[in-house]
Write a protein of this length. Structure first.
Lengths: 362, 261, 290
C-alpha cells in the first residue's frame, strides 16, 4: 500500500511548466530518491509535498490523507535543506528542541527526546554550541536531528550534501543510510549526483523536464536503462545510434534485433537513427594477446570487435580506454590489475556479450 | 607595493585637517578670551551655564524623543512590510525599494517644505507640528532603515529560515517575528543608531516644521549662535559627544556581530 | 485548492507613512509648481521666472558651482585618503577610519561655527595671519563663495573617503604583481589599472557628493543666512520667514532642485553602464559610514 501518493501533479510558475502529470508512489519506510539535473522539477515536487509550494493541479496523499493545500506546519513532514538553515541565535540544543517547544511538551519529555536524537546523529558534547562554531557536516547533522526529533511521517532531504566536500559527503551518506536503517522512517531524497542516488536509495525516480523518465531499483536502473537519457545519466554508458552500432558490429541487416514496431518512422527519421544501443564500459572485455585461442573464435552470444586504442585515462583504480572500432568511438573500463597499459595506436580485440548491448528508445 | 611612509603622511595630513575645527571648538569652549594668538582664561563656566539652562536640557530631551519615535515606527512599518513581501508577494520588493530610495532625492529642504506646504493648513490632527515633524523624520530615515533591514534579511537568508521553522510546526507570523527578527536585531539597531545621528544633526527639517512649536537641540544651537561664541562651542561639544556615544554603540554592536560570523 | 488570504493590513503602516509624508507631498509639489499664484490652471511662469531672474539664476549657478567644485576636490582628497588606508598597516587603518567616522558627523551649524572661529573676521587663523604677516590668512574672507566652498569640502571628504575605501579593497595585489612583473612602476599601475578599475566607484561617489552638497542647507544658512543665493536657501525662504509665502514658486524651485539631484544619479548610472563593471557603486553604501 502506498504511503505517499502523488496523483496527476502539475505545477507551473507563470509560463514555466515545471511538473507535468507526475504520478509517483513511495512505500512506507522506503528511501526514495528523486534524481535529475538542475531545473528538472525534482526539488519542486519535494517542496509541494512539504507544503512550501502549492500544486497547480493534482492531489497529494500521505498515509491515506489528502494533504493538498494544508499548511506546512500541519503536515507533520520534516525537511532538511541544502543550506542547513539552522537558527543562528540558538544553540544546537535549542535548535533541535524548537519544534518540540512549539508543541508545548513538558520539559523532561523534550530533554529526553533531544538527548536521544543527539546520540543518533553523533553530536554528543555539542549541545551548547552555536551553529557558526560548527563545521558543515556538524551543522547538517543538527538539521537532521532537528527534523528527526519531531518523528515526522516523512523526512524530506533537498540536496542536503551538495554544499559539502567529497570526503564529508561520503561519510554523511553513510550516516543517513544508518539513520534510515535505525529509525525506519520514510525518506525522500533529492540529488543530481547519480552515485549518491545509487548508494542511498531503495528506489530511484529519474526526472527529465518535469516528467518521470524511469522509476526503478538502483541496480535495475543501472543495468537496464530504458531510454537514451537514462543511459547517459546513470553510469558512463556508451550510447550509440543503431546505425553506428551496426556499422561497428558489421551487421548491416537487422536480424538479431527485431525492431520495436512502436518506433516506426512516423516523422521521416529512419528507425536506425532513432533506436539506440547502450553498452556499459565495464562489460567490454579486452582480449589479451595471451588469451587462449578459443576466446578469439566467433560465438553466437557475443561480438568480437577489432579495435585501435585512441587514449587511456586512469580513474582511481579503473583504467578507461577510448577505442576506435570501424570509426565508432567506445569507452571500455577495466580494473587496473595488470601493469599493461596499451599505448595509442595499439590494436586489440574486444569481446562484448550481445545481452550487454541494450536496445533503448529515445 | 605598500608605501607605509607616504600613506602615513597622507593620513596624518588629512587627520590634522579634519580634527582642526573640532579641536578649535573644544578650545574655544574652555577659554574666555581669544584675542591674540593664544587663548586666555581657562574656565568651565560655559558648560556650567549650559547645564543650568533649562531650555537646553529641554531641547535635548525633545531631540531624543523625536529620534526614538520615528525609528520605532519606521522599523515596525518596514518589518511588517518585509513580512508580507517575503512570505506572500516577493514581486513587491522592487517597488518597496523604490519607495525607500526616493527620500534620497528629496532629502532635507525639499521634504521639509513639501510637507509644510501641504499640511500647514490642514484640518485637525494633520496640522499638528509635532506629528508632521515625526512623520517627516520617519520618511527621512527610510532609506537607511530599509537598507539595514534588507541586507540583514539577506545575510540571514530569511526565506529559508522561515521555511525551516514552518516545517517544524511554526506558523508564518511566529516564524517571522520569533525566528527571523531576533536574528536581524543587531542590523536593525545599527541602522537605528545611524538614523538617530542623522536626526540629531538635522536642522532644516526641525526648523521648518518644528520651529517655535518644537525646539530641538539644533534649533537651540542656532539661536545660541548669535548670542555667545563660547556658549555655542560648549553646545556643539556636548551634542558632538552625544552623537559620538551613539556611533560608538553602533560600532561595538557591529564588531560583536562580525565576531559571531 | 485553498485560497490564501494576504495579510494586507500589515502593509498599512508603511503605506500610510509613505503616502502621507513622501508621495503626497512630492506629487503636490510637482503640481503646485505648474499652478499660478492664487489661481487655477497650468503655467510655466515660475520656471521662467527662475531662469530669467538674476537672483534665482545666481542661486542655480551657485549651487551647481559650489556642489561640483567641492565634490571634485572632495573626491580627489578621498582618493588619496582611501589609498592611504589601502596601503597602510592595520594601526593606520583603524586610527584613520575612526577619525573619518568621527568627523563625518561634524557638519551643518557646528561646522560653520567652527570655521567662523578659525577663519571668520576675528578667527584664530586670521589673527595668526595678521600677527605673522601671512596675507592670505589675514585677509581671508570666509563670508564668500570661496569660504563656503572650503566648508563644503570639509564635510565631503570623510563621506567620500569612507565610501571609497571598500572599493580599494577590491583592488587585488595580483594585479599589482602583474604590472610589476611586466616592468611597470607604482605610478603606471595606478594610472593604467587602478584608477580605471575604480572609475565606477569614483563616479558613483561623486554623484553622492554632488547630491549631498546640493541639498545642504544648515551650513550655508549658519554662515551666510539669506545673504547668499543657493537653491536651498531661496527655497526655504518661499515657505518660512518674514516674507510672505510663495508656495507655487517655491514648489518650482523644489522641482528644479530635485531634477538636479536626480540628474546626478542618472549620470552616474549612465557612466557606470559604459565603464567596466568591476567595482560596485557606493550609493547604497552610504549607511555603512558609521
Amino acid at each position: 500500500m502506498a504511503y505517499i501518493d502523488f496523483l496527476d501533479i502539475n505545477k507551473s510558475f507563470g509560463k514555466n511548466h515545471v511538473l507535468r502529470q507526475i504520478n509517483l508512489t513511495v512505500e512506507k519506510g522506503q528511501l526514495a530518491t528523486l534524481l535529475g539535473p538542475s531545473g528538472c522539477g525534482k526539488s519542486t515536487l519535494l517542496r509541494c509535498l512539504a507544503g512550501l509550494e502549492d500544486v497547480s493541479s493534482g492531489t497529494i496523499l500521505v498515509d491515506g490523507e489528502d494533504i493538498t493545500g494544508k499548511d506546512p506546519k500541519d503536515r507533520n513532514i520534516g525537511m532538511v535543506f541544502q543550506q542547513y538553515s539552522l537558527f543562528p541565535n540558538m544553540t544546537v540544543k535549542d535548535n533541535i528542541a524548537f519544534g518540540l517547544k512549539l508543541q508545548k511538551l513538558p520539559r523532561e519529555v523534550i530533554e529526553a527526546k533531544v538527548s536521544r536524537v543527539i546520540d543518533l546523529v553523533d553530536l554528543g558534547g555539542k549541545e551548547k554550541e552555536y551553529p557558526h562554531a560548527l563545521s558543515g557536516g556538524q551543522q547538517q547533522r543538527v538539521a537532521l536531528a532537528r527534523s528527526l526529533v519531531m518523528e515526522p511521517k516523512v523526512l524530506l532531504l533537498d540536496e542536503p550534501l551538495s554544499a559539502l566536500d567529497a570526503k564529508l559527503r561520503k561519510s554523511l551518506q553513510a550516516e543517513i543510510k544508518k539513520i534510515h536503517n535505525d529509525t525506519g522512517i520514510t525518506m525522500i531524497f533529492v540529488t543530481h549526483d547519480q552515485d549518491e542516488a545509487m548508494i542511498l536509495s531503495d528506489v530511484i525516480h529519474l526526472f527529465k523536464d518535469g516528467r518521470i523518465e524511469q522509476s526503478d531499483v538502483p541496480t535495475a536502473l543501472y543495468t537496464q536503462p530504458r531510454t537514451r537519457y537514462a543511459a547517459e545519466f546513470i553510469g558512463h554508458y556508451n550510447v550509440l545510434n543503431k546505425r553506428d552500432f551496426d556499422k561497428m558490429t558489421g551487421e548491416e541487416k537487422q536480424d538479431e534485433f527485431p525492431v520495436d514496431s512502436s518506433l516506426s518512422d512516423t516523422d521521416g527519421l529512419e528507425v536506425q537513427d532513432r533506436t539506440s544501443v547502450a553498452i556499459r564500459p565495464e562489460t567490454i572485455e579486452i582480449l589479451q594477446d595471451d588469451s587462449p585461442a578459443y576466446r578469439f573464435a566467433p560465438a553466437a552470444d557475443r561480438y568480437l570487435l577489432p579495435a585501435t586504442v585512441v587514449d587511456s585515462t586512469l580513474h582511481g583504480n579503473v583504467l578507461r580506454y577510448t577505442l576506435d572500432v570501424q570509426g565508432v568511438r567506445l569507452h571500455a573500463d577495466i580494473l587496473f590489475r595488470s601493469f599493461t597499459l596499451y599505448p595509442a595506436g595499439h590494436r586489440l580485440t574486444l569481446s562484448v556479450e550481445k545481452r550487454n548491448c541494450l536496445q533503448i528508445g529515445e | 607595493m605598500k608605501n607605509r611612509k607616504s600613506s602615513r603622511l597622507t593620513a596624518a595630513v588629512l587627520s590634522a585637517y579634519l580634527l582642526l575645527p573640532l579641536l578649535m571648538t573644544l578650545l574655544y569652549s574652555v577659554f574666555s578670551k581669544w584675542n591674540d594668538i593664544l587663548p586666555e582664561g581657562f574656565t568651565l563656566r560655559y558648560y556650567a551655564e549650559l547645564f543650568s539652562d533649562k531650555s537646553f536640557g529641554a531641547s535635548v530631551i525633545r531631540t531624543v524623543l523625536i529620534s526614538i519615535l520615528p525609528i520605532l515606527f519606521t522599523s515596525l512599518a518596514i518589518l511588517l512590510t518585509m513580512y508580507v513581501v517575503i512570505l506572500y508577494l516577493p514581486g513587491l520588493e522592487k517597488y518597496i525599494r523604490i519607495l525607500c530610495t526616493i527620500p534620497y532625492a528629496i532629502q532635507g529642504v525639499i521634504l521639509a517644505v513639501s510637507v509644510l506646504a501641504l499640511y500647514s493648513n490642514a484640518p485637525g490632527l494633520l496640522s499638528d507640528r509635532t506629528l508632521l515633524l515625526t512623520g517627516t523624520y520617519c520618511v527621512a530615515i527610510l532609506p537607511y532603515m530599509y537598507q539595514g533591514i534588507h541586507s540583514s534579511l539577506l545575510s540571514v537568508n530569511a526565506p529559508r529560515l522561515i521555511e525551516a521553522a514552518q516545517m517544524l510546526g511554526a506558523g508564518r507570523l511566529y516564524a517571522f517575528f520569533r525566528v527571523v527578527v531576533p536574528n536581524i536585531l543587531s542590523g536593525v539597531v545599527i541602522s537605528a543608531m545611524l538614523s538617530a545621528s542623522i536626526i540629531f544633526g538635522d536642522f532644516i527639517i526641525a526648523n521648518t516644521l518644528g520651529g517655535n512649536y518644537f525646539e530641538t537641540a539644533q534649533i537651540y544651537l542656532y539661536q545660541t549662535l548669535f548670542e555667545s561664541g563660547q556658549r555655542t562651542s560648549a553646545v556643539i561639544m556636548v551634542l558632538f559627544l552625544v552623537t559620538l556615544l551613539i556611533s560608538t554603540i553602533a560600532f561595538s554592536l557591529k564588531k560583536k556581530e562580525r565576531r559571531q560570523e | 485548492m485553498k485560497t490564501r488570504k494576504y495579510p494586507f493590513p500589515a502593509l498599512l503602516p508603511f503605506l500610510i507613512l509613505v503616502g502621507l509624508f513622501e508621495l503626497l507631498p512630492l506629487v503636490m509639489v510637482v503640481f503646485r509648481s505648474f499652478m499660478p499664484e492664487n489661481g487655477i490652471g497650468l503655467t510655466m511662469t515660475h520656471y521662467v521666472h527662475i531662469f530669467t531672474t538674476r537672483l534665482y539664476q545666481q542661486a542655480v549657478l551657485n549651487s551647481i558651482l559650489v556642489s561640483s567644485v567641492s565634490s571634485v576636490i572632495g573626491i580627489a582628497a578621498a582618493y588619496f585618503g582611501a589609498k592611504a588606508v589601502h596601503e597602510g598597516g592595520p594601526h593606520l587603518q583603524h586610527f584613520f577610519k575612526t577619525i573619518l567616522s568621527l568627523t563625518s558627523n561634524f557638519a551643518g551649524i557646528p561646522l560653520a561655527f567652527a570655521y567662523i572661529i578659525l577663519l571668520g573676521k576675528v578667527g584664530v587663523l586670521v589673527l595668526w595671519g595678521k600677527k605673522f604677516g601671512i596675507d592670505a590668512l589675514a585677509n581671508f574672507n570666509l563670508y564668500s563663495v570661496w569660504g563656503l566652498m572650503i566648508i563644503y569640502v570639509y564635510f565631503q571628504i570623510p563621506l567620500a573617503t569612507l565610501l571609497l575605501i571598500p572599493s580599494f579593497d577590491a583592488i587585488r595585489k595580483e594585479w599589482k604583481e602583474c604590472v610589476s612583473l611586466l616592468g611597470g612602476s607604482s605610478f603606471i599601475f595606478w594610472t593604467k589599472v587602478g584608477l580605471p578599475a575604480l572609475r565606477p566607484a569614483i563616479f558613483g561617489t561623486v554623484s553622492v557628493l554632488f547630491a549631498n552638497a546640493l541639498a545642504a542647507y544648515a551650513t550655508a544658512y549658519a554662515l551666510l543666512q539669506n545673504n547668499f543665493s543657493l537653491i536651498p536657501i531661496r527655497l526655504s525662504e518661499q515657505f518660512v520667514g518674514d516674507i510672505t509665502q510663495h508656495k507655487e514658486f517655491g514648489s518650482a524651485l523644489a522641482v528644479v532642485l530635485m531634477v538636479l539631484m536626480v540628474a546626478s544619479i542618472l549620470m552616474n548610472d549612465a557612466i557606470l553602464k559604459k565603464g567596466p563593471l568591476l567595482l560596485s557603486s557606493p550609493i547604497g553604501k552610504k549607511e555603512e559610514k558609521t
